[in-house]
Design a protein around this ligand. Structure first.
Ligand code: ADP
Ligand code: MG
Length: 715
């Protein structure tokens, strides 16, 4: 998890944040831009397959291909921009919301990532007619704050990453002082722009932020740094050039301010008043970068460049005339536009010696960036608390607050579809996909200052009237930035004091010159006092005039107030009725909720009971069919047994019958023999010899039967 924001708004010292959405997080917005191929006969390894997805296929004859594993890979991003995307469309999609945030006091970080030649600089800076995100961002800022810009030096960076404020007269005096010190042009914005960047953006492309706070004044400061070989160089630093012993550029260090934001200590912050002026400053830095790279034999693709646009804003006072002199009310937000070094590995560029070491360091900082993103992602996804190694490189250390604190972070991954870059592009894609899993705390809205809105135009009618009258009487004209007032002109025209070091006793020039100058200044002072008295008198008479009107207006206001009170009462009554109804609605909603929950519980119960019923039913059915099967089986067994027993009975009955018949026959036979014996004995007595002889066969039979009386065995 990202550490919770430590109760701070980066670069917004005094304003306390409301805690409403401080826990909300947004993933890092990762966009992919595919540039056109360098020439038509180049082999292409990337295909844009939808608005959010690209497909990479290994080139012919690549290692992967030779192994027979032709593997296509797809990568998805928030948006994929193909060849037809214009610089304006890209700006609208990616950078515009960040610029909008900056204008509304929120910080943003936008960086381009990719191998050398993939279009990072084209995307960030662009070229004439095809201005990139940087000139477009500047243009949008100035279009939005244009009429509300503070005069130069009203805001003053305090060298500790903070901002101070001074009155417009002090600012004017400072301007005069600085202009007398240097031979710098008075107002660079009025100069003719350099043709090199004058037409970076087409006029019809200009855009503007909505909802700008008109009751504030604004000022833009830009810084431009380069990080090479893990050293930070200020590209806007004015170093007097010594042709005899040219000094190598001095590196800068990073510091943490009182709100724990990182900043480049002693870095030049140039106040700019228009897009052209800002871009002029950028171009100057760019030129310096080119010269340094050539002189020191560096390779520009190995350096990271960071352009910081700082927007300071402070509310107008209660009258809406001057800026409120309260440091705590100043808000400072910034947009960092980073063009990272080429992400390719050292081997590709065949670097040697110190160049190799430098390349190692460049790689080291991109590697640290990758490691930081990886650890952040891991901490967020798995709830671990591993230390993120921001300090290992200047790039990550500088942007620590964006990942650790709050802000909006967006990355544009630039890719060249040519097959030679296939392997490097794949690494870029993997890193980019991982990056979009990291979340950054969403910046919170700035609390509005307690003064009533609409201050800027409150005294407009009065001011216009005053201006008109003063003009009529030939007095000072109350003007804006472009039209300084008479007093301002007078201050500007104060002659600078001549040098007043007296080194020679015979010097008879210095003192008279000084006296003359002081007399001149005295005369101007007198004129200013007269001017002041005149204006004061005029003001007094006008105030009296206004007094009468004011009385009438006050009466009218009183009347309106009475009416307003009546309406207020009606509204209060209606409000309480609405409150009552709302409460009722809430109670009913609560009841509905409870009923819904109860219904849900019953519903669940019903479902489980139904399920139980179904299970039991199925079980019953199974048992029933089992029983029927058993019955059928038992019936079969019974009928079998019955048949068997019937047969057995029949057999036994037959055997018994046979036995009985035999017995009967034997008895019969015995009876016959007995009868014969009886008859024989009767006749023997008279005639014993008459006894009839039984046939021998019959005798045998009898003998036999008497031996075995049951010829059929009875079981
Ligand atoms: P990088 O900064 O990534 O090294 P550059 O932005 O310098 O790459 O691009 C290299 C070249 O390709 C430049 O000449 C540039 O004009 C051209 N180029 C890059 N992107 C595009 C694009 N989207 N359309 C047309 N030309 C492009
Ligand atoms: Mg580049």
């Amino acid at each position: 998890m990202i550490k919770p924001p430590r109760g701070k708004t980066p670069r917004r010292p005094a304003l306390k944040k409301p805690s409403n959405n401080s826990n909300l997080k947004d993933p890092v917005g990762v966009y992919c831009r595919v540039r056109p191929l360098g020439s038509e006969d180049q082999e292409c390894c990337i295909e844009v397959i939808s608005e959010t997805t690209i497909q990479l296929h290994p080139p012919e004859g690549s290692k992967v291909n030779r192994n027979g594993e032709f593997k296509e890979t797809q990568y998805s991003f928030k948006n994929v921009f193909g060849l037809n995307i214009s610089q304006l469309e890209l700006f609208d999609n990616v950078a515009k919301p960040l610029v909008d945030d900056v204008i509304h006091c929120k910080n943003g970080l936008l960086f381009t990532y990719g191998v050398t030649g993939s279009g990072k600089t084209h995307t960030m800076t662009g070229s004439p007619g095809e201005g990139g995100l940087l000139p477009r961002s500047l243009d949008m800022i100035f279009n939005s704050i244009g009429p509300y810009q503070a005069k130069r030096y009203v805001f003053k960076p305090d060298d500790k990453n903070g901002m101070e404020i001074q009155t417009s007269v002090d600012a004017l005096l400072e301007r005069q002082k600085r202009e007398s010190q240097t031979s710098a042009p008075k107002t660079p914005s009025r100069q003719r722009p350099d043709p090199e960047f004058a037409d970076m953006i087409n006029v019809e492309d200009t855009c503007k932020a909505e909802g700008i706070d008109e009751d504030s004044v604004y000022s833009v400061f830009v810084s431009y740094i380069e990080i090479y070989n893990n050293y930070i160089y200020d590209l806007l630093e004015e170093v007097p050039y010594d042709p005899i012993r040219p000094k190598p550029p001095q590196s800068k260090i990073l510091r943490e301010d009182q709100n724990h934001n990182m900043y480049v200590a002693g870095c030049t912050e140039v106040e700019v008043k228009s897009t052209v002026e800002a871009f002029e400053v950028f171009w100057k830095g760019q030129k310096k970068r080119r010269i340094a790279n050539t002189q020191l034999n560096r390779e520009s693709s190995r350096s990271h460049s960071v352009f910081i646009i700082k927007l300071a804003q402070a509310p107008l006072d209660a009258d809406g005339d001057n800026v409120l002199q309260d440091k705590d009310q100043i808000s400072v937000s910034q947009l960092c536009l980073v063009d990272l070094a080429g992400s390719e590995r050292t081997s590709r560029t065949r670097a040697e010696g110190s160049r190799l070491r430098e390349a190692g360091n460049i790689n080291q900082s991109l590697m640290t960036l990758r490691t930081c993103i990886e650890v952040l992602r891991e901490n967020q996804m798995y709830g671990t608390n591993k230390m993120v190694p921001y300090r290992d490189s200047k790039v990550t250390h500088l942007f620590k607050n964006y990942f650790d604190g709050e802000g909006k972070v967006r990355m544009i991954v630039c890719v060249n579809p040519k097959a030679d870059d296939y392997e490097e592009t794949m690494l870029v894609m993997r890193f980019a996909e991982m990056t979009q899993e990291v979340e950054v705390a969403r910046p919170v809205d700035r609390p509005i200052c307690g003064l009533t809105p609409g201050r800027r135009n409150r005294n407009q009618a009065f001011k216009e009237e005053l201006t008109r009258k003063l003009e009529e009487r030939g007095g000072p004209v109350n003007g804006d930035l472009e039209n300084p007032s008479a007093i301002e002109i007078l201050i500007q025209s104060l002659p600078p004091l001549p040098p007043c070091n007296l080194v020679d006793v015979n010097d008879d020039q210095t003192l008279p010159r000084l006296i003359e100058c002081l007399e001149k200044r005295h005369r101007i002072r007198q004129m200013m006092i007269d001017e002041f008295d005149k204006t004061a008198g005029l003001f007094k008479s006008m105030l009296q005039e206004f007094d009468g009107t004011l009385m009438a207006k006050e009466n009218f206001i009183q009347e309106q107030r009475g009416k307003l009170g009546d309406k207020d009462r009606v509204i209060t009554g209606q409000k309480s009725e609405v409150d009552r109804l709302e409460k009722k609605v809430k109670t009913l909603e609560y009841k509905i909720d409870i009923l819904q929950k109860t219904t849900n519980i019953y519903e669940v119960d019903k479902r489980s009971l139904q399920q139980e019923l179904e299970t039991k039913d199925q079980k019953l059915q199974r048992e029933l069919s089992e029983k029927r099967r058993m019955e059928a089986r038992m019936q079969g067994v019974v009928s079998n047994t019955k048949m068997k027993w019937e047969k057995e009975c029949e057999r036994r009955v037959a055997a018994k019958q046979m036995e009985m018949q035999n017995k009967l026959w034997v008895k019969d036979e015995k009876l016959k023999q007995l009868k014969a014996i009886v008859t024989e004995s009767k006749s023997e007595r008279p005639e014993r010899s008459e006894k009839p002889e039984r046939p021998s066969r019959e005798k045998d039979m009898v003998k036999k039967r008497s031996v075995s009386p049951s010829p059929v065995p009875v079981r």
